[in-house]
Design a protein around this ligand. Sequence first.
Ligand code: G4P
Length: 526
Amino acid sequence: MPIPSAEAARRRTFAIISHPDAGKTTLTEKFLLYGGVLTSGAGSVKAKGDRRSATSDWMELEQQRGISITSTVLQFPYREKVLNLLDTPGHRDFSEDTYRVLAATDAAIMVLDGSKGIESQTRKLFEVCRDREIPIVTFINKWDRPGRDPLELLDEIEEQLILEPVPMNWPVGEADRFRGLIDRTNGDFVRYTRTARGADEAPEEIVDPACAEEEEGDLWLEAQEGIELLDVMDRSFDRKRFEAGELSPVFFGSALTNFGVRMILDAMVDLVPSPSPRIDREGDPRALDAPFSGIVFKVQANMDKAHRDRVAFLRVCSGQFDRGMVVTHEPTGKPFATKYAHSVSGQDRETVEQAFPGDVVGLVNANDFRVGDSVYVDDKVQWPLVPSFAPAHFRIARTLDTSKAKQFRSGIGQLDEEGVVQVLREPDIGDQAPILAAVGPLQFEVVQHRLENEFGAPVELVPCAWSTARITDHESADALRGMSGVAVAARSDGELLALFESPYWLQRLEMDQPELTLTKLIAEGS
Ligand code: G4P
């Protein structure tokens, strides 16, 4: 019988965060290559056009726009360990989805483009990680191209993110003359050879320093100077500070040519903490060997058009998951038989028979399951709620075809449950013209596309003047309803939201009428 805590010790569950184009998809593919999931050989790591099947882009819209909207979970073996990679949505808008995925991960790799450094999306995602105290490993990518000075990049991390960067490797050469990496933990110089289109693992050679100096000349001496400087600055790795999110081990490399990919994978095994007992809503840890429990961090419908189903993704927090087991859905208290459990990678589904803490299971047709829900066996548990963000964009949804009112209603209901947008209803307008509230405007495009394509209900989304929301109560709502430039609508979780056209008007109201309940929602990512 496997012991959950022993299995958990073999797990590493992490996400990759980056600004679009920094190389997240490429790095993910290379992880699969080094994990032996993609067989090596020319063409196996797919060209951009068709490589989407290796990743998460299962929605038509994603393909049209060439971006990744939904998240996926990839599990692969590496060095006797099991790595769970949660893919965060890669689009430019910050969305709530990202936050939820990060709620299910134990660490993150922050990928930076070596010629650009920290970009806007990197900063936002980093802040979410900091908020959740997630340890961050930094990968400075694209070193096979002309980039910025490595020390300048380190300064940028330190100054802009208030995070101490500790280089774990150091590049020898850059761009066309990028030869390899010095492993700072043991001083080895790992020299790589490029392979055609990076389709195979890059052959590695450990070169001793005397040979390296002779063979690499100035490039070697320059790298040594950089390393000496780091030694003087006393930049060394400290596990506690890493786990507290104060320090980030930094790896240079090139995902495209595979230089440094193994080093960063090794770091995931050697540095990243394995799943630990999760703290419940009361503040008590639940032991890894306690009976099975999990938290739902994502719900997705119609991933597979042929199935028209709905999958709730949950992260296992304790115990052992066995397919077929009956679990209790905490919010409703109802039993749910986990007959159809999958691990889902892109469009491929594999049935999961067993899973352990840190793993992700997709439960098909778990229709009552919502993001943030707790699920357990035997000993009841309630995990802390996954917060919803303050929406900053609002639209009114109207069906363009009144004969499709039913499809419209069920589509909106579905997308609401999935958390694609927050759906608000004003009492006198209700279901016919709900207000959609989002953190980023791309969420609206997803709604429009899915309503039309999955539910056959074409809609128009009418822009509205509201720009800010606050949570209020029934008493204050009565007072607010009479004011101009303010609307009050109910969210499906029962919260009442007051919407304001002008943030200044809101500010004045807060000063003039402090008796009104106007509670801030968690700040949006921007
Ligand atoms: P993303 O998921 O973070 O958005 O980035 P993605 O991996 O799609 O990479 C964005 C572009 O950067 C791709 O080029 C990719 O090939 C390139 N890239 C990723 N890693 C490296 C690297 O280490 N070195 C270099 N030189 N380029 C890298 P593209 O032109 O958009 O696509 P493609 O035609 O090359 O596939």
